[in-house]
Design a protein around this ligand. Structure first.
Ligand SMILES: Cc1ncc(COP(=O)(O)O)c(C=O)c1O
Length: 384
């Protein structure tokens, strides 16, 4: 049996209700939402609105029209960055970001956007004072603070609650990449004073691949990334002014969004704290087992309850990629090795260019899975 411990990439398996909702939408909601006024288009439109309201309610967003559906978190982040930033703007970010943030910011640098990266402490967690200092070094030009809510390499949770209200007071926009936390940690976007909130639907929210979202605070008017039909203002050559249509050209991925809604319902029914507790227990088991191995180095916060669902490690001089390959081929254990699309984080941790082995259990992972992983690593070390 395959043991999947790569839920930070995408969650698997999904709750049964997610498979059912996706299948039902594909079979029964054949119309395109917002396109046409026949009954099937209207049914599809109602499902889309339901999904939007469900997401808005889950994240404490009062006006669901400010939730824009995207294909994934990467698209949501690109939409926020390219849609808001202009030449001359200064952006403060961290060295713990994913390429979904690093690469668009790099592209924007060549268009005259200035990017400043703040390093974290040794556990991968940012000091709020260091972030504030970086902003204050040139408050006048600083337009935005862009932070991952939790590192996908170390699981370090960043102090968004602390920085959100501070940014608001200083007129700085806060874009949060919640790829690793949406669905795992309680998030109230409006209370946390987040202006732009990007999340995937397919990780901790347990929806299918092909869905993500961007929340855009009222008063912000991003330029679209994609232009085209939206079902609104069809006579105009300009994109519509209103959200979400302005930023959602093209036919929506309704089956994935119906699945996302079922994923959120599953989290609510099960209890987000219960899901988190189960993952923390698995990571505690893992961390205790790993600490008993010779030559082990663990990265990130030492207390498993401070991790956002992932644990990274290295074993002496072993190549992480070789270990992951061996775990897969010999023991059918799927973990991720390498840079995890976050090269700056590895430069910060001193693990560049080989990276780390990352384990990310899901809600359906069992203690037996962790036991097999640890036993396999022990066998490897004995035979090395
Ligand atoms: C921190 C972080 N940001 C962004 C992304 C990109 O997410 P998506 O695959 O939904 O585009 C990931 C994916 O692993 C991530 O871990």
């Amino acid at each position: 049996m395959t043991i999947y411990l790569d839920n930070a990439a995408t969650s698997y398996p999904k709750p049964e209700a997610v498979y059912q909702a996706t299948d039902q939408a594909l079979r029964n909601l054949g119309g395109s939402p917002g396109r046409g006024s026949h009954r099937m288009a209207l049914d599809a439109g109602r499902q889309l609105l339901d999904a939007r309201e469900c997401v808005a309610d889950f994240f404490g967003i009062r006006d669901s029209s400010r939730v824009v559906f995207t294909a994934n978190a990467t698209e949501a982040i690109n939409l926020a960055l390219f849609g808001i930033l202009n030449p001359g703007d200064r952006v403060v970010t961290s060295t713990m970001e994913h390429n979904a943030v690093i690469r668009p910011l790099h592209a924007l640098q060549s268009r005259g956007v200035q990017v400043v990266k703040v390093p974290p402490g040794p556990d991968g967690c940012l000091q709020p004072a260091a972030v504030r200092d970086a902003v204050m070094a040139d408050l006048q030009s600083t337009r935005m603070l862009v932070l991952t809510h939790a590192s996908n390499v170390t699981g370090s949770i960043q102090p968004i609650e602390d920085l959100g209200p501070w940014c608001r007071r200083h007129g700085i926009l806060l874009l949060v990449d919640a790829a690793q936390t949406a669905g795992l940690l309680p998030i109230h976007v409006e209370e946390m004073a987040i202006d732009l909130f990007a999340a995937p639907g397919h990780k901790n929210l347990m929806g299918p691949p092909g869905c993500g979202l961007l929340y855009v605070r009222e008063g912000l008017r991003p330029t679209p990334l994609i232009y085209g039909g939206s079902g609104a203002d069809s006579a105009s050559e300009l994109p519509p002014e209103q959200l979400p249509e302005r930023l959602e050209s093209g036919t929506a991925n309704l089956p994935a969004l119906a699945g996302l809604q079922a994923g959120i319902a599953f989290i609510r029914e099960t209890g987000q704290h219960i899901i988190r507790r189960h993952k923390t227990e698995l990571l505690t088991h893992l961390s205790e087992g790993l600490r008993a191995l010779p030559g082990i180095t663990l990265y990130g916060p030492s207390a498993p309850e401070n991790l956002a669902g992932v644990l990274s490690f290295n074993l002496a001089d072993h190549d992480p990629a070789e270990i992951a390959f061996w775990l897969d081929t010999e023991h059918a254990v799927c973990v991720r090795a390498g840079l995890h699309c976050a090269p700056d984080a590895h430069r910060t941790l001193g693990t560049f260019p080989r990276g780390t082995i990352r384990v990310s259990p899901g809600y359906f992972s069992r203690h037996e899975d962790i036991h097999i992983l640890i036993k396999s690593l022990r066998t490897l070390l004995k035979s090395a």
